[in-house]
Design a binder for this molecule. Structure first.
Ligand SMILES: [Zn+2]
Ligand SMILES: [Zn+2]
Length: 265
């Protein structure tokens, strides 16, 4: 299995997940042109993509979806609430509604040799989800856009070989930064985003001996810095009451506007 974030951050998200037989995009929140360029750097094209999974209808997750779908009609898997959110975002333009596959009851679904599990998350969108997925060999998850997490989410994510988790903001930078008070309050709320520290605690609860590397992403442009996020997550893992230390695993930080490290697991 390989996982390659094409872009990750508050300005746009798109993550490639696949293996030799299956090619999936999670979210399409950057321009179709940038998505295609990212795929080319993986020796793939839009024609190879089997499906696009959308986590929720915020623009940093769907911005490129309309143009992409008019270039090639690719099946779109999303919760019913997210589909309604996409269809009511007029700026995306026309969609062939037959392309939408509604995740009824958020049940697991299979695409070629991958099984995907949608998990509900606490975020201020219609019906947001994150995804864990597995092929015959490995199991991984991409978890972004959540203000908090509970034992049910941790349990349902299961035993992972790789985790991509949001580390959205440094709380002090956010508090002192340029955002309006209502926006700060929204981001800090249970339906907002995970801070660097919260991300480190969340990741600590998912650590197991199979995990070979970790990636953090969806960093805020204004309220975070890659080195700060890395240090905070590393310290939280070291301070956690697990047997693991923050230096036991490589912790990669996904890049905002360019291809991040490709992770093989
Ligand atoms: Zn987002
Ligand atoms: Zn969001």
């Amino acid at each position: 299995m390989r996982i390659a974030p094409i872009a990750s951050g508050s300005s746009g998200n798109c993550i490639y997940v696949g293996d030799d037989n299956t090619h999936i995009l999670i979210d399409a929140g950057i321009s179709a042109k940038n998505i295609e360029e990212g795929l080319h750097s993986l020796d793939l094209s839009l024609d190879d993509i089997d499906a696009i999974l959308i986590t929720h209808e915020h623009s940093d997750h769907i911005k490129g979806l309309g143009v992409l779908e008019r270039k090639r009609e690719i099946p779109i898997y999303a919760s019913q609430g997210t589909i309604e959110g996409i269809l009511s975002t007029k700026s995306l333009g026309y969609f062939n509604r037959d392309c939408f596959k509604s995740l009824r009851n958020l049940s697991p679904f299979t695409i070629n040799d991958f099984t995907f599990n949608p998990h509900p998350v606490s975020h201020d969108a219609n019906e947001p989800v994150c995804f864990s997925f597995e092929n015959a060999h490995k199991r991984a998850a991409v978890v972004t856009d959540l203000g908090c997490y509970d034992d049910e989410l941790l349990k349902s994510l299961g035993k992972l070989d790789f985790i991509f988790a949001e580390a959205n903001h440094d709380v002090r930078m956010l508090q002192l930064g340029p955002y309006s008070y209502p926006l700060k309050r929204r981001i800090l709320s249970d339906r907002g985003h995970l801070s660097n520290e919260a991300s480190g605690r969340f990741i600590s609860k998912l650590l197991n001996d199979d995990i070979k590397s970790i990636m953090i992403g969806h960093l805020s442009d204004k309220n975070n810095l890659p080195d700060l996020a890395y240090e905070a997550v590393k310290v939280e893992i070291t301070m956690s009451d697990t047997k693991y230390d923050g230096l036991d695993f490589p912790i990669y930080v996904a890049k905002r506007n360019e291809m991040s490290k490709i992770v093989y697991c």
